[in-house]
Design a protein around this ligand. Structure first.
Ligand SMILES: NC(=O)c1ccc[n+]([C@@H]2O[C@H](COP(=O)([O-])OP(=O)(O)OC[C@H]3O[C@@H](n4cnc5c(N)ncnc54)[C@H](O)[C@@H]3O)[C@@H](O)[C@H]2O)c1
Length: 326
């Protein structure tokens, strides 16, 4: 009898959670129709706010969509004021309009331009009096329209330089301005590198080089600030396979769903990540919770870098090694 009561309660809870989880929701149905998970793009900020960055002032670059937008949402949810910047003025303004009023400000910026950085810091300081957090998130892959091949044999110097200008030089400028403006009161710099900053990517040579530069630069900035007694920490976050528009050129074509499945199959956790997965890593590094963490790199990649990208067959099948397979 007691068993029946317990299992009855369990069954009701299960049914409720099934519906509450939105299994039959229009969003999910629409996503299924489109052949991809829109829910992964629309970041859910469901955890209870705890003021983890209460009243801090943050700058997040490339924040009109994807990971940058999720970072802005999460920082605001945890009590921060956020300046969102992006090269795209119109969409940037539209995106920021959806954030809580009075908590966010949009400023157009090309991160590769020094004058734009000057303007962003000037306006942020005149808005809130200081800057505590800088998230260098804006980045390009080189796989979008207007770029040629990206392998090391065929990449044009022009393409290579353009990617470095935004990813590497943009992050460098963000760090330099952050040091200048935060060295007195302290702060946290979070640079968005990539899994590609830790390994070679034969079809994205310039991108991988730029992300490796960000990884290394982060450590130099961290150590420089320590050596100068500046209370500034600098860390890098290394995402991989996060479901944002960044992936569109890589999965587009006739078999979008097949291509997405292929990506998911190669991730140890079996699925792509959400922008929020990166945003919460950034939140930790931006907050005082990470006060003894500097020069570190945090993977947000579903376990990809924990394993060798291409496991030798012998390890996959658990057979004794043969000379030519290792
Ligand atoms: N999505 C992933 O799987 C993934 C994996 C590894 C690293 N990353 C990195 O995370 C960051 C964000 O990626 P995402 O997936 O949200 O990409 P995304 O393409 O969706 O967003 C990038 C944003 O940067 C903006 N931007 C581009 N050039 C700019 C410039 N010169 N100045 C200012 N803004 C500019 C774009 O307008 C866009 O809003 C990038 O640095 C990317 O390299 C993403």
């Amino acid at each position: 009898m007691k068993w029946f009561k317990i299992s009855g309660v369990f069954l009701i809870a299960l049914v409720l959670s099934f519906f509450a989880g939105g299994y039959f929701s229009p969003v999910r149905k629409e996503a299924q129709k489109k052949g991809r998970s829109e829910t992964c793009r629309e970041t859910q900020t469901s955890s209870t706010p705890q003021g983890r960055v209460q009243n801090k002032v943050a700058i997040v670059t490339g924040g009109k969509q994807g990971i940058g937008y999720a970072i802005a949402q999460v920082l605001i949810q945890e009590g921060a004021y956020v300046v969102v910047t992006d090269i795209n003025n119109e969409l940037g303004f539209k995106a920021v309009e959806k954030l809580p009023s009075g908590k966010a400000l949009f400023i157009q910026q090309d991160v590769s331009k020094e004058a734009d950085w000057e303007n962003v810091f000037k306006k942020t300081i005149s808005w809130k009096g200081r800057v505590d957090i800088v998230v260098n998130n804006a980045g390009i892959s080189g796989l979008t329209k207007g770029f040629g091949p990206q392998d090391p044999e065929h990449t044009s110097l022009e393409d290579f330089k353009k990617i470095q200008a935004i990813n590497t030089e943009g992050t460098f400028l963000g760090c330099r301005f952050a040091i200048e403006n935060m060295k007195k009161n302290g702060g946290s710099i979070v640079n968005i590198s990539s899994r590609s900053g830790n390994v070679g990517v034969p079809t994205m040579c310039a991108y991988a080089a730029s992300k490796a530069a960000i990884r290394s630069m982060t450590k130099s900035v961290a150590l420089w600030c320590c050596s100068q007694n500046y209370p500034i920490r600098c860390n890098s976050v290394h995402p991989a396979a996060i479901d944002t528009p960044f992936w569109d050129p890589m999965v587009e074509g006739q078999s979008v769903e097949k291509n997405r499945q292929k990506i998911a199959d190669e991730i140890p956790m079996g699925h792509m990540g959400e922008p929020n997965d990166v945003a919460y890593a950034v939140l930790y590094l931006a907050s005082n919770e990470s006060k003894f963490v500097t020069g570190a790199e945090l993977m947000v990649d579903g376990g990809i870098l924990a394993s060798s990208g291409a496991l030798p067959r012998v390890l996959e099948t658990n057979q004794p090694p043969q000379k030519d397979t290792l």
